[in-house]
Write a protein that binds this ligand. Structure first.
Ligand SMILES: [Zn+2]
Length: 258
């Protein structure tokens, strides 16, 4: 299965719309727009078979109607907790989704960014929408810090070699914040030195691995000793919820200042 990230909403939200295809059939994740998706499908002679939605925000779903109009047989999968009427197959924790013989997903409920957020996961790949980003995580926009920290700890249990695909290209800013909060993380320093983002170019393959994220993404590391100590100095208590929330608040302040 080929996996490419098409830049979308480039001037505002810097999304990726992920397309999985085997040179005949295609599956699209979080289409916040449709024009570039339709162009790509046309150019490569692909038939859209399914649309996967991680959560109901418009920058992940505004392209759905136009895509279904162009490919009426495409099936729309999305969270059972979403209110979107375009979702045909409502998905929740542990559901299995079979898109092709060689493309199956397990659904993980990962609320926190929103209440309805799900991930599409199999042994090789993870589509986690706005929950985790490369070197960062989504904001709390409807869910709670407790939900979010639980979801992050759930994703942290997945294998290191999992290909990591998120819905936005915020790597550069996220790495700057990561360095601020974990200045002594040698793996992070290495990642920053090797990072070469070419957004808005089409992204081929995974953005990183879950293993790389575990070593360098502070939101997967809020309970490691040095970072935990910094968060406690900023008022966090010992709980995952409080540590996560303190780190998230710190990032919100950082984003406002930068
Ligand atoms: Zn979102």
């Amino acid at each position: 299965m080929n996996i490419v990230g098409l830049p979308a909403l480039v001037d505002t939200y810097e999304n990726y719309i992920w397309i999985l295809h085997d040179e005949k059939q295609a599956f699209v994740v979080d289409p916040g727009e449709s024009i570039q998706v339709l162009e790509y499908l046309d150019k490569h002679g692909l038939e859209l078979r399914a649309i996967l939605i991680t959560h109901q925000h418009a920058d992940h779903t505004n392209g759905v109607n136009a895509l279904v109009e162009a490919f009426p047989k495409a099936v729309v999968y999305g969270p059972s907790k979403s209110n979107l009427s375009t979702i045909q197959v409502k998905c929740k924790e542990n559901d299995k989704v079979t898109l092709a013989d060689d493309l199956k997903f397990k659904i993980l409920d990962i609320p926190g960014h929103t209440k309805d957020h799900i991930a599409f996961y199999n042994d090789d790949i993870l589509f986690c929408g706005d929950t985790l980003f490369t070197a960062g995580c989504g904001r709390i926009l409807g869910g709670t810090a407790k939900q979010f920290s639980n979801s992050i700890l759930k994703l942290r249990e997945l294998p290191d070699n999992t290909g990591f695909y998120c819905a936005h290209e915020y790597t550069n800013t996220n790495l700057k914040f990561a360095q601020l909060v974990e200045p002594d993380n040698a793996e992070l320093t290495k990642r920053i030195a090797n990072s070469a983002i070419k957004y808005p170019a089409i992204h081929i393959g995974a953005q990183s691995t879950l293993g790389e994220e575990k070593l360098t993404n502070p939101f997967l590391r809020f309970d490691t000793p040095a970072l935990k100590q910094r968060l406690i100095e900023r008022g966090a208590s010992d709980s995952a919820e409080s540590l996560f929330n303190t780190l998230r608040t710190w990032k919100d302040e950082f984003d406002r200042a930068n």
